[in-house]
Design a protein around this ligand. Sequence first.
Ligand code: ADP
Length: 490
Amino acid sequence: MLDSIRTRLTLWYTGVLALVLVVLSVTTYFVFLRSVERRTDANLNELSETFLVTLRAELEDQTGPDPFKAAAQVAIAEHLFRDQVYWVADATGKMIVSSLETVPASSGKNSPPPDLLSSASFQEFLKAASHAERFFGKVRGGRNGYRAFARRFSARGNNYTLVILQSLHAQTEMLEEVTVTFAWVIPIAILLASVGGYFLARKSLAPVVAMSSQAGRIGAANLHERLVVQNERDELGLLARSFNSLLDRLGESFERQRRFMADASHELRTPVAILRGEAEVALSQQARPVEEYRESLSVLHKEAQRLTHIVEDLFTLTRADAGQYPLQPSDFYLDELIVECVHSARTLALAKKTSLAFDDAAEAPIHADESLLRRMVLNLLDNAIKYTPEGGRVTVQCRCERGEYALSITDTGTGIPAELRPRIFERFFRADKARSRSESDGGGAGLGLAISRWIAQAHQGRLELTRSDSTGSTFTAYLPANSGRTEFPS
Ligand code: ADP
């Protein structure tokens, strides 16, 4: 159950809310308590002032044997409330009058207990208050105790002490009510909030649940299906879009793989069919002249060579795709490599009466995989000769510009149609399938440029068709001149 984000979110939300509510209520309670206490103290102080005013005024009017006591009794009678007690004593602390004796204790449950003024707690308060002019304290007794206020005063040249006790019962009852209110409001608020929070979490996560079930239904067979994006701009919309673009990329990659497999099997089928056909023809007749057998064998040999070539190219590309084609770099001179390649391609060029020239370049030291670069240059030369009509011209140049070698191979062929140019580096792509296939010079399977481009890229370089028109084409390979080595062994 805790594995569900909905539940976890709800629990977190409820927990945090409960904590906030508890902290808030405890703080409120204490702030409230403090304010009530302050108000009580201010009341007691004010009450003492008005009491003394009355007492002094009464003292003027009294003529009896103990005018002070009589005046105090009148003042008490005037100011006394049900939950208060007045106590007046002389300078020695001997009680002169108290509201408990002037007004007989009523039997109400909030009335002060008769023994309040003789209680140990009251005596302790008096002791504590004896050193101060004004003193606030607490006295136990009654239902919830009393707030006590003592102050000294003088009248007709004598010193006296006035103590007013204010029952805390009403205040305590009010605070209890607040506590009880908190005690039931908080759990109800938490319960409501957690139910609401759960539904909210459920509602917000519903699109995720829907997306995961949609995603669960998408497989190789229906890779074209996409998640429904409800709101493009929110986080879930972003997730759905990212997932959809992942599916797009996967779909493209699947499609490339599928095409690659289809093209590869198609390319392999032709030479295999030729091999089988030729072998069947050779075997079908009992006795054939030796020349015919030789002819058949040479066809078989040529097709087998072609087959080997295709399989090798396929193997190279597969390893390159998987990142498993480790480069074996060494230091050598690129210009020398080009001379060697031009030399190797000479026979091919001669057969097509094509002139092949290398504009001699300056020394071009390079740190690269020699056999891969040889393969690239031979591929490009092979294409240039292959796609240039008899009597044409193929020239090779190698310049060093801005820290990179620009190796270009220019032919005087018929060029590549503009609409096909972007596709020539694709695997198995041949601008003119019929022509390539029918050529007897081992016409490729359309993998040569794909492999050559990969070789350039594997060396942090690039291969581009830099020019192609009716007068011919130029392929240029750009390779970093300083691929990791600063010094070059002589
Ligand atoms: P292929 O094995 O068919 O030569 P490539 O990958 O080497 O395959 O070339 C792909 C296609 O690009 C070729 O079939 C051809 O149509 C076109 N192409 C490549 N090089 C040249 C060139 N120098 N001149 C004209 N077309 C070319």
